[in-house]
Design a protein around this ligand. Structure first.
Ligand SMILES: [Zn+2]
Length: 156
């Protein structure tokens, strides 16, 4: 069922690369890049109606739209802060977005990836998805499990 609650989209300051990556692991829509600081960050956030995540105390002077000042310089604490402030569920949409392109992944049938993924992966995995932009194929693997454990820790 579709919910009517508008989902928060984020624009992460270029200082917050690890936070941005983990938010994407959680399936959140996060803009991130070298151009995202100061005026560039504010411009991008306005353009796409994104909530700014920043550790830049001077940003306030530039009259930014909505922003969340990130308190900690530890990414786990940063994640906890964003999860709390925006009431995110870290597991709900985990692993549904390309970590490079920030695009929602598409489910792929097993036969459609037959010639692309290594044979042992094909033999041991059932669920595949791919990024519509970079074409990278994703499947649950061991590092996946570690990330999941880390996300679970965040909610306890
Ligand atoms: Zn991609």
């Amino acid at each position: 069922m579709e919910t009517s609650v508008k989902e928060t989209k984020f624009a992460a300051d270029r200082m917050l690369g690890k936070l941005a990556k983990w938010l994407r692991i959680m399936g959140q829509d996060v803009s991130y890049g070298q151009h995202l600081s100061g005026h560039g960050l504010i411009h991008a956030a306005r353009l796409e109606n994104r909530l700014i995540l920043t550790r830049d105390r001077k940003l306030r002077r530039l009259q930014p739209p909505d922003f969340l000042f990130i308190e900690s310089d530890q990414y786990r604490e940063q994640l906890r802060q964003v999860i709390r402030a925006c009431r995110l569920d870290p597991l709900d949409k985990a692993f549904t977005r390309c970590l490079e392109c920030n695009i929602v992944l598409e489910r792929r049938s097993k036969p459609s990836v037959e010639k692309i993924v290594p044979p042992y992966v094909l033999a041991t995995q059932e669920n595949f998805s791919s990024c519509p932009r970079c074409r990278r194929i994703y499947w649950p693997a061991t590092h996946h499990q570690r990330m999941l454990e880390e996300l679970q820790e965040l909610v306890t």
